[in-house]
Structure formats: structure tokens, C-alpha cells
Design a protein around this ligand. Structure first.
Ligand SMILES: Nc1nc2c(ncn2[C@@H]2O[C@H](COP(=O)(O)OP(=O)(O)OP(=O)(O)O)[C@@H](O)[C@H]2O)c(=O)[nH]1
Ligand SMILES: [Mg+2]
Ligand SMILES: [Zn+2]
Length: 399
């Protein structure tokens, strides 16, 4: 059959629309947070391969990056677990620059400790975070190469590879991460018993964030002076203890637990995270009066408009170790997480989910749900189950 010109055009149009739609659908599907999360490498640290080719992606000037691209094996978005002060120093020694450690970041500027002295450094404008998997170029804790400009001023020429870090997924580009503190050893999740009231859902989210960042986390419950007794606190947090987490109970007012907290911080680089007002700065000042964080915190607050919400400050701790004080971070753990992956961060629920009547049970309202049964029999804490259901719902709505 011979088709008329008009008919042919119509068919072609239909085909084109179909193809365009197909194409568009494909792009949309590819861009969902879930798929981006699936298709990107994990956030776990990597170790060098036999040839020493590792995630040696430094943040460097654009042309320098292009020049090296051909020769360097690039693994993006990864931390290199075995970097230490010696290796960073070796890298710096190959250059005419000095090794610096970033202790505070502001827009286009940072403060870096160089040879034990903190100096203000500009950040070279051509440094790009593109391809590193992070949205920000420099973070607190970063090791950088500094070109000295004067006794008190320098220029950051390059950001050296990171050993570890606390990062949160960017809320817009969910496949990218904003790094809050780099090269830290551990995370101290600070909550308060009252004022503000202990909030288990946020602790759960922080624990998930720590696991996704491959960081060891400890939970500190502060303001225990506001509790009837320590036993009351212990009973409330028992599910965390059963899961194998370490808890420290403190009061910056009465001094309870400060010796233990000091031991925990000593010799390590620790980042503290918790809601505003739980007492992070008070605790640090109480265990190390020379830190004088009150003034630091106030001066940062005064400049609030100029800082991002992830503004953090790193301070030396008791001549052995560092602490990173942060403002309240609300959305650390979950962005970009596949809803079906959430259960893996609830080991107490994982143990029983296989026994649910329906194998696609969401453990929210289905009959014959083994999780709900375990809650009813007191084998799983009611609030752990509630947090799981709430977070699962949040993830579904977000994806
Ligand atoms: N009762 C009691 N109050 C405390 C304790 N620790 C801190 N506070 C009080 O809680 C308030 C908040 O303390 P901060 O140390 O500023 O809290 P923060 O976590 O650093 O808050 P941001 O800097 O806003 O994130 C202050 O008024 C402290 O005096 C404690 O152990 N017991
Ligand atoms: Mg504070
Ligand atoms: Zn179930």
C-alpha cells in the first residue's frame, strides 16, 4: 500500500514523539535519587591497589587537573583510608609548598594550621570540586598545600586526598555530598536528656549517617542532671546498648561522665554532632577549659549570614587530638538512601522481618507482621519500630 505524504508525516511524527518520550522517560528514571544512589560507588574508604593507583583525586587547579588526568587513575568519591600525617607530609615535600590543616572555612577563605601556627588563607579560585563527588572544595580537617604569602597569610594551592570524613548528601544534587569535616576518626553524637528532650529519631538518623560514612560513632547523653536518676536514662537507651553501641552519660553542670568523655576524645580527631542547645560547646569547654568555645560559638553565630549551615570549627584538644564543634545538623543520615536499604540500618528489625506473613511487608500496618508482634512482646523497642516506619515513609515520599 502506498502511503500518502500526509500519512507518512503523521507516522513519523508519532514515532518521533514516542522516541522522544522514551528518551525523556529514560533520563527522568536515571535521574531519580534512588538510581543515582545505586549507580554511584559507595562512600567507603578505599585502599591503594598493587600499583598504588588509588583515589588520588586531589582538588587542584583546572588546567593542572586536565594535565594529570591522563596519568592518574581516578576513583571518584572515595576516601583513602591509609593516608596519615606522614603521607601528607611526603606529598607536601614534593612541592615548594607547606602542609596545612584547615581548622575553619568561610566563603573563599579558610584558617589553616601551618607549622603549629594558624594563618588565614585564601583559596585559589581555580580549585574545583567537580569530579570529586563533593559540592564544597575545602572542609575543616582537610590537609592542604599552602603557598606562604606573608607571616600571617597564605594561599591554598591544593587539597590533598582525604582519609575519611563526615559528609551529608546534598539536598538538591543528591548524588553529590557536602563534606562537613574531613579526616576525622570518630563521631560523637550528642543528645540531651531534657531541654531539648532526647530525640531518638535523630539519633537513629545520625547512626545511619555514621554507618554510611564508615565512621565509628558513640552516643553521648548530656544533661543527665535533669534526669530523675541515671537508671532512668539507662533504661530509655537500652536498645542502643543491646545493639552494641557505646554510650556516655554526661553533665556539663555536675561533671558526671566528663572523665570518661575526656578519655574518649584523647588522641583522636572527633567530630561532634547534635541539635543546637544539647550542650556540645559546654561539654568541650568543661573537659578542656582552654578551648573557651563559648566565645567561638558566639562569634560564629554573629556572622551567621556568611556561613553555610555546615559551618564547623576544629580545635586542638589537650595537646593530643582534635575536636570539631559543629552547629546543629538536621539532615545528615538519609538523603539519597534507597527506602529498601533502610532496613539494613535496623539490625534489631532485620532479625525478624523474614517471618512476616507478606514478603513485601512494610511493617507499618500489615496483618501478620513479625516486627509488630516482636514490639508487642517487648523484644523490639516500640520507638525503634516507629522511627523505622517514619523514616521509611519519608524516604518513599522523597524518592
Ligand atoms: N542542665 C544542664 N544544662 C546544660 C548542660 N550542658 C549545657 N547546658 C546548657 O545548655 C545550653 C546550651 O549549651 P551549648 O553548649 O551552647 O549547646 P550547643 O550544643 O553547643 O548548641 P549550638 O552551639 O547552638 O549547637 C546552655 O545554656 C548550657 O548552659 C548540662 O549538662 N546540664
Ligand atoms: Mg555550640
Ligand atoms: Zn512486617
Amino acid at each position: 500500500m502506498v502511503l500518502k505524504k500526509k500519512q507518512k508525516r503523521k507516522i513519523k511524527e508519532q514515532q518521533t514523539t514516542h522516541l522522544a518520550e522514551k528518551g525523556r522517560k529514560k533520563v527522568v528514571r536515571h535521574n531519580t535519587a534512588v538510581n543515582q544512589e545505586k549507580h554511584r560507588p559507595d562512600w567507603q574508604p578505599l585502599t591503594p591497589d598493587a600499583d598504588g593507583l588509588v583515589a588520588d583525586r586531589r582538588i587542584m587547579p583546572r588546567d593542572e587537573h586536565d594535565r594529570r588526568e591522563a596519568n592518574v587513575a581516578v576513583v571518584q568519591q572515595a576516601f583513602v583510608a591509609d593516608f596519615d600525617d606522614g603521607r601528607w607530609q611526603d606529598l607536601a615535600d614534593e612541592t615548594p609548598f607547606l602542609l596545612g590543616k584547615v581548622v575553619e572555612v568561610s566563603r573563599g577563605l579558610c584558617r589553616a594550621e601551618v607549622h603549629g601556627q594558624v594563618i588565614v588563607c585564601d583559596i585559589r579560585g581555580t580549585l574545583i570540586a567537580e569530579g570529586s563527588g563533593f559540592t564544597n572544595v575545602v572542609a575543616v580537617g582537610d590537609r592542604v598545600l599552602v603557598r606562604p604569602l606573608s607571616d600571617e597569610r597564605g594561599l591554598v594551592e591544593e587539597v590533598l586526598p582525604r582519609r575519611s570524613g563526615l559528609a551529608r548528601a546534598d539536598s538538591f544534587y543528591t548524588h553529590l555530598k557536602q563534606i562537613i569535616a574531613a579526616n576525622v576518626d570518630q563521631l560523637l553524637i550528642v543528645a540531651s536528656w531534657r531541654e531539648p528532650h532526647i530525640w531518638f529519631q535523630l539519633i537513629d538518623e545520625y547512626l545511619i549517617g555514621a554507618a554510611r560514612n564508615n565512621l565509628q560513632a558513640t552516643i553521648c547523653v548530656n544533661k543527665v542532671d535533669l534526669a530523675g536518676s541515671l537508671a532512668e536514662v539507662g533504661t530509655a537507651v537500652a536498645p542502643y546498648i543491646q545493639l552494641g553501641h557505646t554510650l556516655i552519660y554526661t553533665s556539663a553542670v555536675t561533671g558526671v561522665g566528663l572523665a570518661e568523655l575526656r578519655r574518649y576524645l584523647w588522641g583522636k580527631t572527633t567530630v561532634l554532632a547534635g541539635l543546637s542547645g544539647v550542650g556540645k560547646s559546654s561539654l568541650l569547654t568543661a573537659v578542656e577549659p582552654t578551648l573557651d568555645l563559648r566565645t567561638q560559638t558566639i562569634s560564629l553565630k554573629r556572622q551567621e549570614g556568611r556561613h553555610t549551615t555546615s559551618q564547623a570549627i576544629m580545635l586542638p584538644f589537650a595537646d593530643k587530638g582534635y575536636v570539631v564543634d559543629t552547629p546543629g545538623i538536621r539532615d545528615m543520615g538519609l538523603i539519597g538512601l534507597d527506602p529498601d536499604e533502610l532496613i539494613t540500618y535496623y539490625p534489631d528489625l532485620v532479625d525478624v522481618v523474614g517471618q512476616c506473613r507478606f514478603n513485601n511487608c512494610t511493617h507499618a500496618h500489615e496483618p501478620g507482621c513479625a516486627v509488630k508482634e516482636a514490639v508487642a512482646h517487648g523484644r523490639i523497642a516500640d520507638w525503634r519500630h516507629k522511627n523505622y516506619v517514619k523514616l521509611y515513609q519519608q524516604l518513599l515520599e522523597g524518592s
